[in-house]
Design a binder for this molecule. Structure first.
Ligand SMILES: Nc1ncnc2c1ncn2[C@@H]1O[C@H](COP(=O)(O)OP(=O)(O)OP(=O)(O)O)[C@@H](O)[C@H]1O
Length: 635
């Protein structure tokens, strides 16, 4: 048996020659891929062990050898049974005998013979050999069997191979040998086992691949709380180094998973936060119910930060454009001390996560400040989401801010839609013109500020969000509170840190620097020589009050550049522009609009509306029902 090489998955161990010969013949006829080994009964176990090591998956054997292998080797074993035919073949010649027949052998042999002898009324005396082969005292067995023969004057003994081995003194011994059909049956059974094993292996491998490829940790326990599945992610989450975890109590390995509690209660626990070595994880514990009886529990674990990262990636990929802040503090042009102090203050604010309220007239640079705070903060890599609360109708603003669930209303997008708060997760949301938000939305916003969670319209689940809020207003919120139009509690929640941006008329010392920088920018845009800009214009600019602030200044400078490019004389053109701008501050009687050419009337209309909307071209275009380009042409 030394140096066995095995390619086949099934082997037959024949304990005696007759069975070996018959087995080889049957296997040949069946074209079965089975190797046959002839092996003495006492060496069957060690051969089976060797074959197992070499990859054999099923062993076929018979009698005592089969019993020994089954009890000592962990390998599927198919026994070549003693069939009724085998016994009948052996006893048949003696069926008219009135003499007592001795039946000696292992249990299966004795029982088989007993049934047939009883059927033919043959008197019998039995000796059953019990126990595993290795524990049997064969001397003792021989003595006892011989005693049975002698006492009962038995001339014929029926049994299998062991009877031969015992060397009993009796007139004749009739051997029961397994016939062809027993071997055929054993071969078919072994082949079925092998096929089932292969199928099982495929399932196990598929299951293992799934478990190992998913990003969640998975642990399953049986009904007694012993681990029967644990995937690598679960080990990683819980920082478990042990290799051997299967079969160990969950309580010992992961004491706080509450899987044992679910085993007892049979009630699933989903979406729970649980502490683990690296922080918190989100876990689901589901009982395995078979016929309403808890047969185990499966738990899944997801790292919260990973979920947030994934959500962030999805959010960012869905809204790749428009969520980036472009301004930084260095873009805010100023010379004024108050402004410089405000920038320093805003830089300090950017180091915190606290809510900021920016107050200031239209066009003073509130959004520039908001963007700069975001860019200067630890959230710089997160999204910057800006929304003008006055530009969107209130009913749309709600779903814009909070999103909606699938089926929340007719026409709701499949899968729902995330709101801007969700989009701003791990970043900053800039709520411009917050003073225009209606009271209902103010209440919802207050809830978000307090709970840091949002609920989509039509949904019943809250999504935790990590968003820094910066709000801005051009109206006096305290006055709004007094009028009952703004919630006082919301005001205090928003006004944690405050940035009051002064209007340009209160910081005219900013004008020369602003003009220099903005003219350089414009000359680049219009391919114009900025040195041609006449200093003589500056006093005119300084004398104006700039109700539209820097936005208005930018617009006026743009007009100056364009008119100079068109060959106009700068100072007189500026005088005209400034006169127009001033006239817009206090609109004259309507007839002013209708004097002059059509073009002039249009220009005046645009100028009046621009002033009303704080020189916001988009807003003016919306009000006048024309596009931005037309506005730009008329300026
Ligand atoms: N100090 C500044 N330096 C350079 N540009 C400025 C400055 N302040 C404002 N601006 C420019 O003026 C325009 C208006 O600025 P911004 O949108 O930040 O103002 P706002 O106060 O948020 O206006 P609104 O209230 O109308 O939304 C922008 O084009 C911005 O670049």
């Amino acid at each position: 048996m030394r140096g066995i090489t095995v390619e086949t998955k099934i082997c037959l161990i024949a304990p005696y020659d007759e069975i070996e010969i018959l087995a080889r013949q049957v296997i040949r006829e069946m074209h079965a891929d089975i190797k046959v080994y002839r092996c003495p009964i006492q060496e069957g176990v060690s051969l089976a062990k060797k074959l197992k090591v070499q990859g054999v998956q099923v062993i076929i054997s018979r009698g005592g050898t089969a019993a020994a292998i089954r009890s000592q080797v962990d390998i599927p074993l198919v026994e070549i049974k003693i069939t009724g035919y085998d016994v009948m073949r052996a006893i048949g010649p003696y069926r008219n005998s009135t003499e007592t027949v001795g039946i000696i052998g292992f249990e299966n042999v004795v029982r088989g013979c007993r049934v047939i002898c009883d059927f033919w009324n043959i008197p019998t005396r039995e000796f059953m050999i019990n126990g595993a082969q290795s524990d049997i005292d064969w001397e003792d067995v021989r003595d006892s069997a011989q005693k049975l023969i002698d006492t009962n004057k038995i001339n014929l003994v029926i049994g299998d191979n062991v009877v031969k081995r015992l060397g009993l003194k009796t007139s004749s011994v009739q051997m029961i040998s397994s016939g062809e059909e027993s071997i055929v049956q054993a071969v078919l059974e072994a082949q079925n086992i092998l096929a089932a094993q292969d199928e099982e292996k495929k399932h196990t491998e598929r299951f293992r691949t799934i478990l190992n490829s998913i990003h969640d940790g998975v642990v399953a326990v049986d009904e007694t709380g012993l681990i029967d599945v644990i995937n690598p992610v679960a080990k990683q989450i819980f920082k478990i180094k042990d290799e051997q975890l299967i079969g160990r109590p969950i309580k010992e390995i992961l004491p706080n998973t509450r899987m044992d509690a679910v085993l007892k209660s049979g009630v699933e626990e989903t979406g729970q936060l649980q502490q683990c070595p690296g922080g918190y994880i989100l876990t689901n514990r589901i009982p395995i119910l078979i016929d309403q009886v808890v047969k185990g529990v499966v738990a899944t674990f997801q790292e919260v930060t990973r979920i947030q990262d994934d959500e962030q990636k999805i959010r960012q990929s869905l809204y790749a454009k428009g969520l980036i802040a472009k301004y930084r503090f260095s873009d805010i042009i100023c010379n004024n001390d108050r402004m410089k102090r405000l920038i320093e203050l805003a830089k300090e604010y950017s180091k915190t996560n606290a809510t900021v309220l920016i107050q200031g007239d239209n066009g003073t640079g509130k959004e520039m400040f908001a963007q700069s705070i975001h860019v200067n903060s630890a959230r710089a890599n997160g999204p910057f989401v800006a929304i003008n609360c006055s530009a969107i109708p209130p009913q749309l603003l709600e779903s814009e801010l909070f999103g909606y669930a699938e089926g929340a209303f007719t026409g709701a997008k499949k899968g729902g839609k995330p709101g801007l708060f969700e989009l701003a997760h791990r970043g900053t949301i800039f709520l411009d013109e917050i003073g225009d938000m209606n009271k209902e939305l103010q209440t919802s916003l207050l809830r978000v500020l307090e709970e840091r969670k949002v609920m989509r319209l039509g949904s019943d689940t809250m999504t935790p969000i990590d968003v820094r809020i910066i709000a801005a207003t051009n109206v006096n919120l305290k006055k709004q509170i007094a009028l009952g139009a703004f919630r006082m509690d919301l005001f205090y929640r928003l006004n944690v840190l405050n940035l009051p941006i002064p209007p340009l008329r209160e910081r005219k010392d900013d004008i020369p620097l602003l003009v220099a920088c903005l003219i350089t920018e414009l000359s680049r845009q219009y391919n114009w020589n900025h040195e041609a800009f006449p200093d003589a214009v500056i006093p005119f600019l300084l004398s104006h009050d700039w109700p539209g602030n820097i936005r208005e200044l930018k617009n006026v400078l743009e007009r100056i550049v364009l008119s100079m490019q068109a060959g106009q004389e700068p100072v007189s053109e500026v005088e005209m522009i400034m006169a127009e701008a001033c006239s817009c501050e206090e609109p004259k009687a309507e007839k002013v609009f209708f004097s002059g050419t059509m073009h002039e009337i249009k220009r005046k209309a645009v100028a009046v509306v621009m002033q009303e909307v704080g020189y916001n071209k988009s807003k003016a275009a919306k009000i006048l029902g024309i596009n931005r380009a037309t506005i730009e042409n008329l300026l």
